[in-house]
Design a protein. Structure first.
Length: 111
């Protein structure tokens, strides 16, 4: 490849500027200190939002466990419905009804 003098100078300048840019890419101790000071002043609006890689890994590890909370809520709801049915059955009995009515009458009769 043939080069004239201006092309050779331009190529040399390009290599020198590329080497200078590479040297500037490595932060100095002063720049690292300034960056650390800036990072200490930063407040995250959504803490942990920057850790996307961790969240994906956690979801991958949980796998089929992701819907477990829904199943637990369903079981708790069924237990609550069963307990409510038991209370309705007990409160409809004559003995409990009489006891509760007597308790209410006594409470209303107090001066």
């Amino acid at each position: 490849m043939l080069m004239n003098q201006s092309t050779a100078v331009a190529a040399t300048e390009h290599r020198a500027s590329a080497a200078g840019a590479a040297a500037e890419a490595v932060p100095t101790a002063k720049q690292r200190g300034a960056a650390a000071e800036t990072d200490s002043n930063v407040v995250e609006l959504y803490p942990g939002a920057s850790g996307r890689g961790q969240r994906r890994g956690r979801m991958r590890r949980l796998g089929s466990e992701a819907g477990m909370a829904t199943a637990e809520y369903a079981i708790a709801t069924l237990a609550a419905v069963g307990f409510a049915g038991l209370l309705v059955f007990i409160l409809r009995s004559d003995e409990v009804r009489g006891f509760l009515l007597n308790l209410i009458r006594t409470a209303l009769a107090l001066p």
